[in-house]
Design a protein around this ligand. Structure first.
Ligand code: IMP
Ligand code: MG
Length: 191
């Protein structure tokens, strides 16, 4: 069995997995510190409100589990699955709902919990789709915002980190469904 091993190369922490080297971009501590702050901000903004956290599967399953426990007001949860990548690292541009919400969001304050914004296509599609269901409002919380040129305005109200334009994995994010269980965000170095 191949196990994940943390090693140091030139002073930098790297995870070695078989022949692959994964460089740590945001470690466990940084993640939990920032997520705590975001949770406090959301708690303040939604005091006396009753938001529904709409989490986008599968990439945000770990993020929603962690941030929701830093939100100290009553909330409800629902999940949606959206596919736009297949097993590729490049967005196909075609967004498709593969699992819809199970609850109504009519008159609710919706807070979308997303893992990462790349081209922004998924988010734009999602916001439009949810707006059509007559919620009270829709806001966005995203852990990562990739530094890519976009034509559309940034709709993320609660943002964890700005990251360089690299394909990242870990903390819920995958490449071909692997690496989601890394406790950090990193990128595959030797590819
Ligand atoms: P967008 O539609 O191009 O903004 O892509 C958003 C979705 O693609 C995210 O919700 C992720 O599921 C996935 N994605 C985008 N960039 C990455 C990445 O660097 N690693 C893993 N998944 C990514
Ligand atoms: Mg996603």
């Amino acid at each position: 069995m191949v196990q994940y091993k943390l090693k140091k190369y030139n002073g930098e922490k790297v995870l070695v997995y078989g022949k692959k080297k994964i460089k740590i971009l945001i470690d466990k501590k940084q993640l939990s510190r920032r997520i705590k702050e975001l949770g406090q901000e959301i708690t303040r903004d939604y005091e006396d409100k009753y938001p529904i956290l709409v989490s986008v599967l599968r990439g945000s399953f770990i993020f929603v589990a962690d941030i929701s426990r830093e939100i100290k007001i009553p909330v409800t949860f629902d999940f949606m699955a959206i596919s736009s990548y297949g097993d590729s690292k490049v967005s196909s541009g075609i967004v498709r709902i593969t699992k819809d919400l199970e609850s109504s969001i009519e008159s609710r304050e919706v807070l979308i919990i997303e893992d990462i914004i790349d081209s922004g296509r998924t988010l734009n599609y999602l916001i439009k789709n949810l707006q059509a269901r007559n919620p009270k409002n829709v806001e966005v919380c995203a852990l990562l915002d990739k530094n890519v040129p976009r034509k559309t305005e940034n709709k993320v109200k609660y943002k964890g980190f700005d990251i360089p334009n690299k394909f990242v994995v870990g903390y819920g994010l995958d490449f071909a469904e692997e690496y989601r269980n890394f406790p950090f965000v990193g990128y595959i170095e030797n590819e």
